[in-house]
Design a protein around this ligand. Structure first.
Ligand code: MN
Length: 697
């Protein structure tokens, strides 16, 4: 640590922070916060060094590795990269760039959990010293904190850090709202101070008289939580009455319940506000009793009651876990970390452009509390539906969820649940998930279970979909759907199409491999001879497209020519007659329009894995300054990067009055997005290249 401190001092020598402090003050403070979090030596050393590579270009990651070892270098590298990740791909929208950098950040974090801690400590100290940052930049950083870092701190149970991050960030993210609440609370200050003192005294007397020991503290709630209440309940700041909260710490768990009993015997409780997080801890391990009561002169206030140990865990979260573990600090095998990592991975893998909001929603659940018919309390994030409830109870309950009752009344599955409701799920073994459930479910967990089922049972769905299409076409031919499989003409048709039975036919139709109308025409309209079976190889490219629909790759997939997606792009599928599932970029204007018109024909498809063959065509327009050899430079670069060029066209723009500029149109074939981005990066470095664009979807 001493060495890291000196190394950092030398690397940042002569550099000042915006507030005029020597730069070294920042890494020192970050290291200090990490030490408070009981981080291990490696983490603290990385804290000292986290900015040296970025700040002093003479220092390399290699140098850090040599001096401080691989682990420290790994953390510093991740933290540095996250900050510096600037995308040169002009075809990406601003939104896509943000999602992509967020994804990278999150993935780097789960690689080594200490990256998160260094990042959180870094952000916390930056917030503490944000005064001198230009307001616009401060606002952006602060909003990012509220959306990503505070929820992560919360998920890790770092209650104290989470509150500080929120209150500091709130001030910069929404300065006017912050001021408004601050002023309103200041006006009530002498009233609340007196009130708090008075109530503390009364509780203490009550406890002493009943032989209970403990500590009581009272405070005005933190500003950001008051702000959220205002937003949520759509009220003004003067309508927030319960802005004061008390905390009672006692030695034993049974004391918690005893104190709660005393409180309720003295003041009236507010119905629906009593929460027992001791017998039902929150997901992040938080334990406490919460209740709200109406105090003297009608003033409501909240009380949290917990043991000293529960309190320590609530404030320090994960750090409290490894604190007593022979001083070694972080334990990668800690259940807490393992669970957290799995959860994050699941969110990242299930998210597209909604990554930020999914993280925010799933990590920072504004809990609601509903009851099972047996009276068990279930915590769910706000926005959950009965379907989320069903999947929370058990995967099987979710998979056969046919309907739901709230407080005894049947409700649609998409109904949003509210705290205190009693929820009952109606099960039916013949009911199963469908694609539209993905829109009903709110939690990533339920969505993920639905996707898993869809992946494993895609054939059943294909049969259902195929049957529906087939029966519709039958009516066109004025045939009854009754006992259709016994129709000798159909039997003959099945034989010709080399399909064993009617269900297989439905499946083939559902998968888009057989066109139902062409099949029926061949049977019922002799004169029209049309090829029934679409040969896979004929319409596919020379390689199978590495896409799957809910894990099922057995469809006929095709790449849309309008937007040319490549592995790594966000994509959507659309059932096109005779072409199977055509895969578009999610941002493609065609798919947006089509999916509005025919939502039932769109499907959420995903890439299987990184493809290792050059199969993705991407048309590029490269604007260059006219220079001898620029075309040759660009094309040889593409070839040397192992991509193929299938067409090339170049012209000068001089005639269009564009001066010395020219445009090169290339159609290149690449393996995947990172391959593509690498090529773009290389091309952009060629002398004379002005801009590169991938044709807009
Ligand atoms: Mn920093």
């Amino acid at each position: 640590m001493r060495k890291a401190y000196l190394f950092s001092a030398m690397a940042h020598e002569g550099v000042l922070r915006r507030d005029g402090q020597p730069y070294l003050s920042h890494p020192m403070n970050v290291a200090n916060i990490l030490a408070d979090l009981k981080m291990d030596d490696t983490g603290i050393v990385a804290g000292f060094l986290h900015d040296v590579v970025e700040d002093n270009h003479a220092v390399s990651i290699e140098a850090i590795k040599k001096n401080f070892g691989e682990e420290v270098a790994g953390i510093v590298d991740a933290v540095t990269k996250i900050e510096k990740d600037i995308f040169s791909d002009e075809s990406l929208t601003k939104e896509e760039v943000e999602v992509e950098s967020l994804r990278k950040l999150i993935l780097a974090m789960i690689d080594d959990i200490r990256v998160i801690f260094v990042k959180i400590a870094d952000r916390l100290h930056n917030l503490r010293t944000m005064e001198s940052m230009p307001p616009e930049k401060a606002r952006k950083k602060a909003q990012e904190c509220l959306q990503i870092f505070a929820p992560i701190a919360n998920r890790l149970g770092l209650g104290k850090i989470k509150n500080e991050l929120e209150d500091l960030a709130f001030k910069y993210a929404y300065p006017e709202d912050y001021e408004m609440i601050k002023i309103a609370l200041q006006e009530k200050r002498s009233y609340s101070e007196n009130f708090i003192e008075d109530i503390k005294k009364q509780i203490m007397e009550l406890m002493t008289a009943n032989g209970l020991k403990g500590e009581i503290s009272g405070r005005v709630k933190h500003l950001y939580s008051i702000y959220n209440k205002i937003l949520r309940q759509n009220i003004t700041v003067n309508e927030v009455y319960d802005y004061m909260a008390f905390r009672i710490l006692v030695p034993e768990e049974r004391d918690c319940y005893a104190v709660m009993g005393l409180i309720h015997s003295k003041w009236n409780l507010i119905p629906g506000r009593l929460k027992d997080f001791i017998s039902n801890p929150k997901e992040n391990g938080y334990k406490s009793l919460h209740t709200s009561v109406i105090g003297p002169s009608g003033q409501p206030f909240e009380i949290q009651i917990r043991t000293y140990k529960m309190h320590e865990e609530a404030e320090e979260g994960i750090a409290a876990h490894w604190k007593y573990k022979d001083g070694k600090g972080i334990d990668e095998k800690d259940d807490y970390i393992i669970k957290f990592r799995e959860e994050i991975k699941e969110i990242v893998s299930q998210s597209g452009s909604d990554l930020a909001s999914n993280l925010n929603r799933d990590l920072h659940p504004k809990d609601i509390y509903v009851l099972t018919p047996q009276g068990k309390i279930i915590h769910l994030p706000r926005g959950s539906t009965p379907l989320d409830f069903a999947y929370h109870i058990h995967t099987e309950v979710g998979n056969h969820c046919a309907g739901a009752k709230i407080d005894g009344k049947m409700v649609p599955l998409k109904t949003e649940l509210k705290s205190g409701q009693r929820v009952e799920i109606i099960k039916n073994p013949s009911v199963h998930p469908s694609h539209d459930w993905l829109d009903i479910a709110f939690t990533t967990r339920a969505k993920s279970k639905i996707k898993t089922w869809l992946a494993q049972n895609e054939k059943i769905l294909a049969i259902e979909r195929g049957k529906e299409v087939f029966e519709r076409e039958l009516r066109r031919f004025k045939k009854s759907t009754k006992d259709i499989e016994k129709d000798p003409d159909i039997q003959e048709g099945l034989k010709k199409a080399a399909v064993p039975d009617i269900d297989s036919l439905y499946a083939e139709i559902g998968y888009g491999k057989i066109d139902a109308r062409a099949f029926l025409k061949r049977i019922y309209a002799e004169e029209e001879k049309e090829e029934v079976h679409i040969k896979q190889g004929a319409t596919r490219k020379s390689f199978p497209v590495p896409v799957s629909l809910g894990g099922e790759s057995d469809y006929l997939f095709n790449i849309a020519k309008c937007c040319n997606p490549v592995v790594g792009d966000q994509i959507k599928g659309y059932f096109t007659k005779g072409k199977g599932l055509v895969v578009h970029r999610a941002t493609c204007s065609n798919i947006k329009r089509l999916s509005e018109l025919f939502p039932e024909r769109t499907a959420n498809v995903s890439w299987n894995e990184e493809s290792n063959e050059n199969i993705f065509e991407i048309p590029l327009s490269i604007t260059v300054k006219n220079r001898r050899g620029v075309l040759g430079d660009v094309t040889s670069l593409v070839s040397s990067a192992n991509a193929d060029i299938i067409s090339c066209d170049a012209k000068s723009l001089e005639k269009q009055g564009m001066g010395e500029k020219g445009i090169i149109k290339l159609k290149i074939v690449v393996k995947n997005k990172s391959h593509f981005l690498k090529i773009i990066d290389k091309i952009s470095q060629v002398e004379g290249v002005v801009s590169i664009s991938r044709n807009a979807p």
